[in-house]
Write a protein that binds this ligand. Structure first.
Ligand code: SF4
Ligand code: SF4
Length: 237
Protein backbone atom coordinates (compact mmCIF):
# COMPACT_ATOMS: atom_id res chain seq x y z
CA UNK A 1 0.00 0.00 0.00
CA UNK A 2 1.62 3.33 -1.01
CA UNK A 3 2.30 5.73 1.84
CA UNK A 4 0.00 8.35 0.26
CA UNK A 5 -2.95 5.94 0.70
CA UNK A 6 -2.79 6.57 4.44
CA UNK A 7 -4.14 10.08 3.85
CA UNK A 8 -7.26 8.48 2.37
CA UNK A 9 -7.47 5.93 5.17
CA UNK A 10 -7.20 8.65 7.81
CA UNK A 11 -9.89 10.75 6.10
CA UNK A 12 -12.30 7.81 6.34
CA UNK A 13 -11.59 7.26 10.01
CA UNK A 14 -11.82 10.58 11.85
CA UNK A 15 -14.74 10.04 14.24
CA UNK A 16 -13.95 9.99 17.95
CA UNK A 17 -14.97 6.84 19.84
CA UNK A 18 -17.59 8.72 21.76
CA UNK A 19 -19.01 12.23 22.11
CA UNK A 20 -17.32 12.75 25.46
CA UNK A 21 -13.56 12.95 25.94
CA UNK A 22 -12.75 9.48 27.23
CA UNK A 23 -9.20 10.63 28.06
CA UNK A 24 -10.70 12.64 30.91
CA UNK A 25 -12.21 9.45 32.30
CA UNK A 26 -9.03 7.37 32.40
CA UNK A 27 -6.26 9.95 32.85
CA UNK A 28 -7.00 10.61 36.55
CA UNK A 29 -6.06 6.99 37.23
CA UNK A 30 -2.69 7.28 35.51
CA UNK A 31 0.30 8.64 37.38
CA UNK A 32 1.26 11.81 35.50
CA UNK A 33 -2.29 12.44 34.27
CA UNK A 34 -1.99 11.32 30.63
CA UNK A 35 -4.61 9.06 29.07
CA UNK A 36 -3.24 5.52 29.23
CA UNK A 37 -3.22 5.06 25.45
CA UNK A 38 -1.13 8.23 25.02
CA UNK A 39 1.50 7.13 27.53
CA UNK A 40 4.23 4.86 26.16
CA UNK A 41 4.80 3.42 29.63
CA UNK A 42 1.50 1.63 28.98
CA UNK A 43 1.05 1.39 25.21
CA UNK A 44 3.63 1.99 22.49
CA UNK A 45 1.90 2.82 19.18
CA UNK A 46 3.12 1.19 16.01
CA UNK A 47 2.80 2.28 12.40
CA UNK A 48 3.07 0.35 9.17
CA UNK A 49 6.36 1.24 7.44
CA UNK A 50 4.48 3.05 4.63
CA UNK A 51 2.36 4.84 7.23
CA UNK A 52 5.52 5.90 9.07
CA UNK A 53 6.89 7.32 5.79
CA UNK A 54 3.68 9.29 5.35
CA UNK A 55 3.71 10.64 8.91
CA UNK A 56 7.42 11.41 8.82
CA UNK A 57 6.95 13.44 5.61
CA UNK A 58 3.94 15.44 6.83
CA UNK A 59 4.25 16.13 10.54
CA UNK A 60 6.76 16.61 13.34
CA UNK A 61 4.36 14.92 15.76
CA UNK A 62 6.09 11.54 15.77
CA UNK A 63 9.55 10.06 16.28
CA UNK A 64 10.75 6.50 16.56
CA UNK A 65 10.22 5.13 20.06
CA UNK A 66 13.21 4.59 22.33
CA UNK A 67 12.55 2.60 25.49
CA UNK A 68 13.79 3.54 28.95
CA UNK A 69 16.75 1.16 28.48
CA UNK A 70 18.43 -0.29 25.35
CA UNK A 71 17.35 -3.77 26.54
CA UNK A 72 13.69 -2.73 26.73
CA UNK A 73 13.89 -1.07 23.31
CA UNK A 74 15.40 -4.22 21.85
CA UNK A 75 12.88 -6.50 23.60
CA UNK A 76 9.84 -4.66 22.23
CA UNK A 77 11.35 -4.25 18.76
CA UNK A 78 11.91 -8.00 18.59
CA UNK A 79 8.19 -8.53 19.31
CA UNK A 80 7.14 -6.06 16.61
CA UNK A 81 6.45 -7.40 13.12
CA UNK A 82 9.05 -6.49 10.49
CA UNK A 83 6.56 -4.32 8.55
CA UNK A 84 5.83 -2.08 11.55
CA UNK A 85 7.74 0.63 13.40
CA UNK A 86 7.32 1.56 17.07
CA UNK A 87 6.63 5.28 17.37
CA UNK A 88 6.03 7.91 20.02
CA UNK A 89 4.31 11.28 19.73
CA UNK A 90 5.08 14.61 21.42
CA UNK A 91 2.57 13.90 24.17
CA UNK A 92 -1.15 14.18 24.79
CA UNK A 93 -1.09 17.97 25.18
CA UNK A 94 0.38 18.33 21.66
CA UNK A 95 -1.79 15.81 19.83
CA UNK A 96 -2.53 16.59 16.18
CA UNK A 97 -5.76 14.70 15.61
CA UNK A 98 -5.39 14.62 11.83
CA UNK A 99 -2.03 12.85 12.15
CA UNK A 100 -3.00 10.24 14.70
CA UNK A 101 -1.77 6.85 13.57
CA UNK A 102 -4.15 4.06 12.68
CA UNK A 103 -3.31 2.41 16.03
CA UNK A 104 -4.30 5.62 17.88
CA UNK A 105 -7.60 5.79 16.03
CA UNK A 106 -8.34 2.14 16.67
CA UNK A 107 -7.38 1.83 20.33
CA UNK A 108 -8.65 0.01 22.37
CA UNK A 109 -10.14 -1.99 19.50
CA UNK A 110 -8.83 -4.35 16.87
CA UNK A 111 -10.66 -6.03 13.98
CA UNK A 112 -12.04 -9.35 15.24
CA UNK A 113 -11.70 -12.13 12.66
CA UNK A 114 -13.76 -15.32 12.99
CA UNK A 115 -12.40 -18.86 12.63
CA UNK A 116 -13.81 -18.75 9.09
CA UNK A 117 -11.67 -15.71 8.32
CA UNK A 118 -14.47 -13.10 8.30
CA UNK A 119 -13.95 -9.63 9.67
CA UNK A 120 -16.95 -9.63 12.03
CA UNK A 121 -16.51 -6.36 13.90
CA UNK A 122 -14.58 -4.76 16.76
CA UNK A 123 -13.27 -6.38 19.89
CA UNK A 124 -10.77 -4.95 22.35
CA UNK A 125 -7.18 -5.50 23.47
CA UNK A 126 -8.11 -7.23 26.70
CA UNK A 127 -4.76 -6.62 28.40
CA UNK A 128 -5.88 -2.97 28.81
CA UNK A 129 -9.17 -3.80 30.53
CA UNK A 130 -7.87 -2.58 33.90
CA UNK A 131 -6.88 0.84 32.48
CA UNK A 132 -9.03 1.83 29.51
CA UNK A 133 -12.35 3.33 30.59
CA UNK A 134 -13.95 2.64 27.18
CA UNK A 135 -13.51 -1.13 27.63
CA UNK A 136 -15.68 -0.89 30.74
CA UNK A 137 -18.22 1.32 28.96
CA UNK A 138 -18.76 -0.13 25.49
CA UNK A 139 -22.24 1.42 25.40
CA UNK A 140 -20.62 4.83 24.72
CA UNK A 141 -19.00 3.77 21.43
CA UNK A 142 -20.85 5.61 18.66
CA UNK A 143 -22.25 3.87 15.61
CA UNK A 144 -20.40 6.41 13.48
CA UNK A 145 -17.08 5.32 15.00
CA UNK A 146 -17.95 1.64 14.56
CA UNK A 147 -18.84 2.09 10.89
CA UNK A 148 -15.75 4.17 10.15
CA UNK A 149 -13.54 1.60 11.87
CA UNK A 150 -15.05 -1.16 9.74
CA UNK A 151 -14.78 0.85 6.54
CA UNK A 152 -11.11 1.71 7.23
CA UNK A 153 -10.13 -1.91 7.97
CA UNK A 154 -12.12 -3.24 5.00
CA UNK A 155 -9.96 -0.95 2.88
CA UNK A 156 -6.75 -1.91 4.70
CA UNK A 157 -7.45 -5.63 4.20
CA UNK A 158 -8.13 -5.08 0.50
CA UNK A 159 -4.79 -3.35 0.11
CA UNK A 160 -2.77 -5.37 2.64
CA UNK A 161 -4.36 -8.85 2.64
CA UNK A 162 -1.63 -10.19 4.93
CA UNK A 163 -3.03 -8.04 7.74
CA UNK A 164 -6.29 -10.01 7.72
CA UNK A 165 -4.28 -13.13 8.50
CA UNK A 166 -2.32 -11.31 11.24
CA UNK A 167 -5.55 -10.22 12.95
CA UNK A 168 -7.05 -13.69 12.43
CA UNK A 169 -4.13 -15.10 14.43
CA UNK A 170 -4.57 -12.46 17.10
CA UNK A 171 -8.34 -13.19 17.30
CA UNK A 172 -7.50 -16.85 17.63
CA UNK A 173 -5.22 -16.11 20.61
CA UNK A 174 -8.08 -14.13 22.17
CA UNK A 175 -10.40 -17.14 21.73
CA UNK A 176 -7.85 -19.39 23.45
CA UNK A 177 -7.35 -16.97 26.32
CA UNK A 178 -11.08 -16.37 26.89
CA UNK A 179 -11.85 -20.07 26.54
CA UNK A 180 -9.30 -20.92 29.27
CA UNK A 181 -10.94 -18.37 31.56
CA UNK A 182 -14.45 -19.55 30.72
CA UNK A 183 -15.41 -16.11 29.37
CA UNK A 184 -17.20 -14.89 26.27
CA UNK A 185 -15.78 -12.32 23.88
CA UNK A 186 -17.53 -8.95 23.55
CA UNK A 187 -18.05 -8.02 19.91
CA UNK A 188 -19.28 -4.75 18.41
CA UNK A 189 -20.57 -6.43 15.30
CA UNK A 190 -20.51 -4.86 11.86
CA UNK A 191 -24.31 -5.27 11.77
CA UNK A 192 -24.50 -2.50 14.43
CA UNK A 193 -25.47 -4.81 17.32
CA UNK A 194 -23.38 -5.97 20.26
CA UNK A 195 -22.84 -9.65 21.02
CA UNK A 196 -20.97 -12.03 23.26
CA UNK A 197 -19.11 -14.60 21.18
CA UNK A 198 -18.66 -18.10 22.52
CA UNK A 199 -14.93 -18.74 21.96
CA UNK A 200 -15.52 -22.46 21.42
CA UNK A 201 -18.18 -22.59 18.71
CA UNK A 202 -18.43 -18.92 17.65
CA UNK A 203 -22.13 -18.64 18.61
CA UNK A 204 -23.35 -15.07 19.02
CA UNK A 205 -25.47 -14.02 21.98
CA UNK A 206 -27.08 -10.57 21.61
CA UNK A 207 -26.31 -8.42 24.62
CA UNK A 208 -27.01 -4.94 25.91
CA UNK A 209 -23.62 -3.21 26.14
CA UNK A 210 -24.71 -1.62 29.45
CA UNK A 211 -24.73 -5.08 31.00
CA UNK A 212 -21.16 -6.03 30.09
CA UNK A 213 -18.61 -6.34 32.88
CA UNK A 214 -16.51 -3.45 34.12
CA UNK A 215 -12.91 -3.78 35.20
CA UNK A 216 -10.33 -2.35 37.59
CA UNK A 217 -11.19 1.03 39.11
CA UNK A 218 -14.20 1.38 36.79
CA UNK A 219 -15.83 -1.68 38.36
CA UNK A 220 -15.32 -0.11 41.78
CA UNK A 221 -16.69 3.24 40.60
CA UNK A 222 -19.79 1.59 39.13
CA UNK A 223 -20.70 0.25 42.57
CA UNK A 224 -20.79 3.71 44.10
CA UNK A 225 -24.06 5.64 44.43
CA UNK A 226 -22.55 8.57 42.47
CA UNK A 227 -19.98 6.90 40.17
CA UNK A 228 -18.60 10.10 38.67
CA UNK A 229 -17.61 11.39 42.07
CA UNK A 230 -14.93 8.77 42.74
CA UNK A 231 -11.55 10.30 43.51
CA UNK A 232 -8.69 8.16 42.21
CA UNK A 233 -6.02 7.37 44.78
CA UNK A 234 -2.61 6.79 43.19
CA UNK A 235 -1.52 4.34 45.85
CA UNK A 236 -4.35 2.02 44.88
CA UNK A 237 -3.41 1.80 41.20
S1 SF4 B 1 -9.34 4.94 24.59
FE1 SF4 B 1 -9.23 4.17 26.69
S2 SF4 B 1 -7.11 4.54 27.38
FE2 SF4 B 1 -7.48 5.81 25.53
S3 SF4 B 1 -8.14 7.81 26.31
FE3 SF4 B 1 -10.00 6.61 25.93
S4 SF4 B 1 -10.46 5.61 27.91
FE4 SF4 B 1 -8.34 6.31 27.99
S1 SF4 C 1 -1.06 11.08 18.56
FE1 SF4 C 1 -2.63 11.82 19.96
S2 SF4 C 1 -3.96 10.04 20.31
FE2 SF4 C 1 -2.02 9.25 19.46
S3 SF4 C 1 -0.74 8.73 21.24
FE3 SF4 C 1 -0.25 10.85 20.63
S4 SF4 C 1 -1.57 12.14 21.91
FE4 SF4 C 1 -2.43 10.07 21.95
Amino acid sequence: MPSSAFAELYSLFEAPITALDCGKKCAPYNEGGAPFCCDTRHAVPSAYREEWQFLHAHTNLWHEWQGPTPEETERLRRQTPEHQVLIECLGHRLCQRGYRSLTCRSFPFFPYITRQGEFAGLSYYWEYADRCWVISNLQVVSQEYRQQFIHAYDLLFQRMPGELENFRRFSSSMRRSFSQRGEQIPLLHRDGSTYLVSPGDGKLLPVNAHELPRFGPYAVAAQLPFPDEIQPVEAEL
